[in-house]
Design a protein around this ligand. Sequence first.
Ligand SMILES: NC(=O)c1ccc[n+]([C@@H]2O[C@H](COP(=O)([O-])OP(=O)(O)OC[C@H]3O[C@@H](n4cnc5c(N)ncnc54)[C@H](OP(=O)(O)O)[C@@H]3O)[C@@H](O)[C@H]2O)c1
Length: 349
Amino acid sequence: MWTGFAIINGEIVSFAIINGERSQDKQPSTVSCIIYHFSSVRRTNLHNLHLLRTCRTSIQCTSNNTVMELGSIVDFLDNKVMLITGATGFLAKIFVEKILRVQPNVKKLYLLIRASDGKSALQRFNNEAVAKDLFKLLKEKHGTNLHNFLSQKVTPVDGDITCDDLGVQDSSLKAQMWREVDVVVNAAATTNFDESYDVALNLNTFGAKNVLNFAKKCVNIKLLLHVSTAYVSGEKPGLILETPYYLGESLNGTRGLNIDKERKIVEDKLKELESDNNASQQFIKIAMKELGMLRAQHYGWPNTYVFTKALGEMIIGHLKGDMPVVIVRPTIVTSTFKEPFPGWVEGIR
Ligand SMILES: NC(=O)c1ccc[n+]([C@@H]2O[C@H](COP(=O)([O-])OP(=O)(O)OC[C@H]3O[C@@H](n4cnc5c(N)ncnc54)[C@H](OP(=O)(O)O)[C@@H]3O)[C@@H](O)[C@H]2O)c1
């Protein structure tokens, strides 16, 4: 049996793909990739036929497979170990709070956070997530025991998804993660529409690849959940099919899109700019922003952010092998809907 999950309107939903024989011990090799828009899902639980239909049309699986309802993601997370990137960011901190609240029996959450060491990563998690109002229900529930509970469940890890092995330096910690992690959630990204092309490509495209490679080293891996964006579909009006992107595909039909070539274009441009002694850092940054927008628009995407996110999806789809992958494409998430309470927002970071 293979299970997948996603957050929709702040709720976690789950589903299962069961082979024709309905064997419980089948490997997940029959599932390729599941992609859907948050916007296309109106309700938030598995009884939602719309979601199941969306899954049915989006799952590439063998002819004997069926999509079946699975009890609850809460059960699935019992005793599971997760690695979550981007936990100082808006979406992932909401996700972390929810898991700790609805499934306190989750075994462990490794949170990959940019910091100089583990202590600073913990400090960032406490200041940028736990200290927020978002965590007030957990504070009420656990009272003075909250930090004890968090120290049992949460392990902040200093790292960076633009690096090999996610920049985790401590080799025994890294080996422990590879042994323990069941689920990897990648919510780290740059969301600046006109980000410098080198930064966006490194993070949203090659960072996604690094996360996939790390997940592949986790011997117990059951799922990689990659957070993308609905705007990988560009600005086309009307009904948009929730299909995966294949390597080299462009939005406007322009041929020749090649991710390694894009990296070379970035390297060459940076070399050229840096060889000019008169070019200030500010000038280089503006030039790299312009380059990103030009490359995105050349292939039909409106901006660097969504272009590099689309490339990230492509690279994951291309390299995942038999890794079970779910790609979710939220539209614009503005605030919490119901939980932990309505209307929690975070200003521009
Ligand atoms: N919010 C939305 O409306 C929305 C809509 C559609 C899709 N999404 C997608 O959802 C995901 C999360 O978005 P968000 O709104 O939560 O973004 P966010 O608030 O900007 O958070 C981004 C997170 O990524 C981390 N990060 C950046 N560079 C990193 C690196 N090199 N290594 C490790 N972590 C790094 C940031 O860490 P630092 O704190 O160190 O910068 C931060 O924790 C993104 O993939 C985004 O594309 C968001």
